[in-house]
Design a protein around this ligand. Structure first.
Ligand code: ARG
Length: 608
């Protein structure tokens, strides 16, 4: 049960009675929120002040008291109190808390209910450009897209995931040129992945202007020009280039596979850009026939929202850009492909919603794309760009490696795992030296821990900030054992799990017949409250596609659990009933940490 939603619903009839015209009042029910200060209660309702205004300048205090008096009888809340200028403080009955906690113990979803009306989502995420080294720009899309998929599925939605691979771009011109002129045949035979990677880097090294492979007319850069000609030939269906493309593709996809495996990310489909190539002329014809696009200066263009096609620099400054769907030379564009993709997805899966987890820098592309799709006839589909900020280095500039280029993703993950293992060994040695119990681990178990810690740290760091913000990539921060990090959560999890081994308690019975929950101490009560807030966090994260609301929840939960564990004896609790109750709380903390991390695509281990 979503407790917050439930409490809000108690206020609905009261508000409807006091302010009967919902059109005139803002979202008052939404103003019931978790209390800013736990001393005042668990939740608070702050709408008495604006409501008093609407009611013709009544005293907010009086309005607040009237609301409280009219609240329907219920067994959830204590009698609310009114404070200050009209804040309504809400405290959940401890007996209710105890009962509710006992109930989530038998629920596989720990209180989270399936949505009443499941939607069908298509989530477009990851979208690396194959045949190029995968870089950090695609890491965020992969991590966020995977977390959103897990969260939405957990709530009972149908989610179809599709990796819009860049498998048709200029990088293939580079490989084609490299393969034709610089390949080492034996090396290709032995290990095509490695040889293609080498060729890509080698040919890029022959460019005069190193930073861009795409510019329109490479003057004085013969290699780049030849590469672009190879791409054009591929797109035009040149048999030799198409055959080579087909030869390269499996190897290119092979480069990606270990990274997805390592990230524990499974994407249902990978209809890359190439898949849509045969459909592109049809899209352009349809756009022309429907008069959505027109021919302008030899190109086929969709005017901007105002119906204008700006061409000159002057006009471009004043106007939003139009979208070119076929260039003067006949080439199709990123937009043409994306339009074909929308049509295909709509016809194949008939989704309610299409989400695009793509870098914030593509905001304008998606804004115009969605507007065009609506004009094209896809009005009933809900389109949403889920943008995210950049990863920065410690110098606050876009993340780069010591080698200067954008770090290859696998190297980044390797380093996270190495750093994670160093930190782990250090903490292990410290724990041992200070006389604390440390588990005896096999080398395999240790290797698994390093991987879980390293990858988890990278993911959690990416997910725990607000999605649209940039963040600074720091191994030290993300692997800290004492803050809002995956590492902290993973240690906490293993520590709580160890209590059952220590006490030789079989905790699986709690899932079938949980003991009565006894709440005596303030820390117990605060923890019980947190245990019940998981549905609030999951539903809020899904509503705005914000995974950091789940890491925020985890952090609050972990803090409450740690205060509880410091102030309440568990295995040595004063009575057997209290021991059972507290063991159940510990079990639920563990299950919630594991479940919440799993929604973020992060693993846990039982012993560390
Ligand atoms: N390959 C693209 C890039 O790296 C991302 C693809 C995003 N998805 C889409 N449907 N446009 O920029």
């Amino acid at each position: 049960m979503n407790l917050l939603k439930h409490i809000r619903s108690l206020f609905e009839p009261v508000l409807a009675e006091l302010a009967p015209d919902p059109a005139k009042v803002p979202d008052f029910v939404g103003m019931v929120k978790p209390a800013a200060n736990a001393e005042n209660g668990d939740y608070q309702a702050n709408f008495a002040m604006p409501l008093a205004k609407i009611l013709g300048g009544r005293k907010p205090q009086e309005v607040a008291k009237e609301i409280v008096a009219k609240l329907p009888p219920n067994d959830i809340l204590e009698e609310p109190t009114v404070a200050g200028p009209g804040f309504i403080n809400l405290r959940v009955k401890t007996a209710f808390l105890a009962k509710a906690v006992q109930q989530i113990a038998i629920d596989a979803k720990l209180g989270v209910e399936a949505v009443a009306k499941p939607k069908t989502f298509v989530i477009d995420y990851s979208g690396p450009n194959v045949a190029k080294p995968l870089h950090v720009g695609h890491l965020r899309s992969t991590i966020i897209g995977d977390a959103l998929t897990r969260i939405l599925r957990f709530l009972g939605h149908t989610v179809i995931t599709d990796n819009h691979l860049g498998d048709w771009g200029t990088q293939f011109g580079i490989l084609l040129f490299g393969y034709k002129h610089h390949r080492d045949a034996t090396a290709f035979e032995a290990d095509p992945v490695r040889e293609l990677a080498r060729l890509y880097v080698h040919v890029r090294g022959l460019f005069k202007k190193k930073d861009d492979e795409e510019d329109e007319a490479p003057i004085d850069d013969p290699v780049k020009q030849e590469c672009q000609e190879e791409t054009a030939k591929l797109h035009a269906g040149d048999p030799e280039n198409v055959a080579l493309w087909k030869l390269f593709m499996p190897a290119c996809l092979e480069m990606l596979r270990p990274i997805y495996d390592r990230l524990d990310v499974k994407i249902d489909h990978a209809f890359g850009e190439s898949f849509y190539n045969p459909m592109l002329p049809g899209v352009v014809d349809e756009m022309l026939a429907k008069r959505i696009a027109s021919v302008s200066k030899g190109a086929v263009v969709i005017p901007n929202a105002k119906g204008v096609i700006p061409w000159t620099d002057e006009e471009m400054k004043k106007e939003e850009p139009p979208a070119i769907i076929r260039k003067r030379d006949g080439a199709f564009t990123y937009t043409t492909t994306d339009l074909a993709t929308i049509k295909y997805r709509a016809e194949t899966w008939n989704p309610t919603t299409m989400l695009y987890v793509v870098d914030a820098r593509q905001a304008l592309h998606f804004k115009t794309l969605f507007a065009q799709a609506r004009r094209w006839g896809y009005e009933s589909v809900e389109f949403q760009h889920i943008p995210f900020g950049s990863i920065l280095g410690e110098d606050k500039k876009p993340f780069q490696t010591r080698r200067g280029g954008t770090l290859e993703l696998s190297a980044l993950l390797d380093e996270a795992v190495t750093k994670g293992s160093e930190k782990y060994e250090q903490s292990y040695a410290e724990r041992k030296a200070s006389g604390r119990k440390v588990p005896d681990l096999t080398p395999e178990e240790k290797a698994d821990i390093f991987e879980v810690v390293g990858i988890g740290a990278v993911k959690y760091a990416d997910l725990s900030g607000s999605r649209t913000s940039d963040y600074v990539f720091s191994y030290d921060k993300m692997l800290a054992t004492d803050g809002n990090t995956a590492t902290y959560m993973q240690y906490a999890y293993a520590r709580y799990r160890s209590i059952f081994r220590e006490g030789e308690v079989d905790e699986t019975r709690f899932q079938i017949s949980p003991p009565a929950v006894i709440i005596t101490e303030a820390a117990e009560r605060a923890l019980a409250m947190q245990l019940l807030r998981f549905p609030e966090a999951v539903e809020a994260a899904a509503a705005d596609y914000l995974p950091h609301l789940i890491t925020g929840y985890l952090w609050d939960l972990a803090k409450a659990a740690s205060v509880f564990y410091e102030s309440c004896q568990v295995l040595k609790a004063p009575t057997p009933e209290l021991k059972e109750s507290r063991l159940l709380l510990v079990d639920l903390v563990g299950r919630l940490i594991r479940q919440a991390l799993d929604l973020l695509g992060i693993r846990t281990v039982e012993r560390m």
